[in-house]
Write a protein that binds this ligand. Sequence first.
Ligand code: PEP
Ligand code: MN
Length: 337
Amino acid sequence: MVIVMKLSASSEEIAAVNEELKCCGLEGHLIQGVNRFVIGAVGERRDLVAQRLEVLPGVEKVVPIMRPFKLVSREAQEAPTLVRVGDAVIGGRDIVLAAGPCAVESKEQIYEAAVRVKQAGAKILRGGAYKPRTSPYSFQGLEEEGLKALAAAGEATGLATVTEVVDLPSLDVAKAYVDMLQIGARNMQNFRLLQAAGRSGKPILLKRGLSATIEEWLMAAEYIMSEGNNQIVLCERGIRTFETATRNTLDLSAVPVVKEMSHLPLLVDPSHATGVARWVGPMARAGIAAGADGLLIEVHPEPAKALSDGPQSLTPTAFSRLAEEMKKVAESVGRSL
Ligand code: PEP
Ligand code: MN
């Protein structure tokens, strides 16, 4: 349930509500709305205490939330959450481009990618150092050495950085180097990892699982937010269907659906969705037109030589063209880039 406080509620009255919740074995999460505080209360037996809370001073109303996800739901917070990553703000009027290679392969490669995506207008540099590969014989990533190269490229260009973490040890190492942590499709339901991400103090990019429903995806976000971290960006990267022409099927309808159900911002990743560089542009346009807050795009200085995901990676020149096109698409839906 959500406890909506009166405009005039004092900090003592808010504290009293939290105290009452604690007494009843519930946990209160304070959410600052545009002009008032609301308290999200999660735990068992919440219905029993609603009546007691409603009569406390400073409380305007108590609203039950029927959906299984609570803190990430629109009912808990009507205003969109803004996620800050370096200088970038995701979830506002501006469309944010995050771009870079699938994997960090060398200092030179990530630096070159960083310079080129920055020139094209990206705000966030991506690069994997721990790669969750289907085959154990494929390139697994440079690990800490890769993180150092990513951080150096970010610093040199002024770009914020994002990298994927695959388990608790990699999260611990990565959080010292990057501005944002990515939880990939394969780990979307790694609940211990989600909780650790919630305690990491970093913004989290949470990709949709390979076969996850929107509800399961939002429940994964709930794991992060229930640890006190609301800096979560969702990322639609395609789901598994019977179709084999594309690597995955980009579920564009998830964009308006998620926006209705949750206050969290959302990126579209047309690279992993299509798996083919020449289809990235059309789906990027569609993603922004559908209402996404930005794009996650794989860009490699030399896609033909990439150690992972070369076929879906754009050249820096192609990315630059795409970014130009996105300006027009963004404008046509009342956004800017
Ligand atoms: C990636 O971003 O490189 C990646 C592995 O993505 P996903 O988890 O969506 O497959
Ligand atoms: Mn990739």
